[in-house]
Design a protein around this ligand. Structure first.
Ligand code: R5P
Length: 292
């Protein structure tokens, strides 16, 4: 029982020492709620400000694509090297060990496949995101897609509203389509539209020309998707250039899990993203790790 007679008055008021009131290290995130910042800090390293997300949500539109036929064998061993995992709730519950201790970027919109119309999507119940302890809600946004632009922007807006109730940040994923050109003009338009509609993080593609225009015109962190499998050296060069041009990390799938040596690749990508390792050196590291 607390004894009221023995309660002593505190003396350690630190008079003369102003209370520390730090800002927040992520672009555009300083005014967010504590819960949002806490989740973003699980995803983006407070030390480097960057992230290596391991994306393996491809099956939600592509089925068992190369490298993801048996995710228990190919993906689970890579999780320890990722800062964050990006997957569907199906993959999460069926193969990801709940003990993995990694924040989750949950594939939050779905509804079509590569066989029909991409981007004809809806979003899931926010209770589901809370149940699986999501740190980020990933929603596809198809700017410029005549049929689905409005639908996907509504999905984004709704997700931001729902996530805000529980302080779960939203990642706007800029869609690709056959008719959409991946240049700086389009990528900054699509990314900016996501940010203006409330996305806290943007996933988009890297473009060789003027990518810094994309990162500079978007007020929140950008991570780049890897896209189709490239030779390892080129994928490391792309990651390096993206970080150099202002990206806050990668959300990479095929260039890791379709690599000749996925564990060597993700370790080398980490060096580029977190420690600014030059691509030539990172490729050397990849080759050495691959030899074992
Ligand atoms: C596509 O289905 C997903 O959103 C992927 O997570 C995204 O494209 C990143 O994977 P990759 O690096 O293979 O492009």
């Amino acid at each position: 029982m607390p004894d009221i007679d023995n309660v002593q008055s505190g003396k350690a008021y630190g008079i003369g020492t102003p209370q520390c009131s730090d800002g927040f290290y992520l672009k555009g995130s300083a005014h967010l709620d504590w819960g949002m910042k806490s989740r973003l800090a699980q995803v983006f390293s407070p030390k480097s400000g960057n992230t290596v997300m391991l994306a393996f949500d491809h099956g939600y539109i592509m089925g068992p694509t190369s490298g993801l036929e048996r995710m228990d064998l190919t993906i689970v061993p890579l999780i320890e090297y990722a800062d964050c995992i990006m997957c569907t709730r199906g993959a999460l519950r069926s193969i990801v060990p709940p003990t993995c201790g990694k924040p989750l970027s949950l594939r939050y919109s779905a509804g079509s496949s590569i066989l029909t119309y991409l981007n004809d999507e809806c979003i899931m119940d926010i209770d589901e995101a809370v149940r699986v302890n999501a740190a980020l809600l990933a929603v596809m946004v198809a700017v410029g897609d005549q049929k689905h632009e409005a639908l996907t922007i509504r999905n984004l807006t709704q997700t931001v509203d729902l996530g805000t109730k529980y302080s779960i940040p939203t990642m706007g994923v800029t869609a690709v389509g056959k008719e959409l050109v991946r240049d700086a003009r389009y990528l900054s338009l699509a990314s900016r539209i996501c940010a203006e509609n409330g996305a806290h993080v943007i996933k988009t593609y890297y473009c060789e020309q003027d990518f810094e225009q994309v990162t500079n015109s978007v007020p929140v962190p950008i991570v780049i998707a890897g896209g189709k499998k490239l030779p390892e050296k080129e994928a490391l060069e792309m990651a390096y250039s993206a970080i150099n041009d202002g990206a806050a990390g990668v959300d990479m799938g095929r260039n890791i899990f379709q690599s000749d040596c996925p564990s060597a690749m993700i370790k080398s990508v980490r060096e580029v993203v977190h420690n600014g390792m030059k691509p030539e050196q990172a490729f050397k590291m990849y080759e050495e790790l691959k030899q074992g």
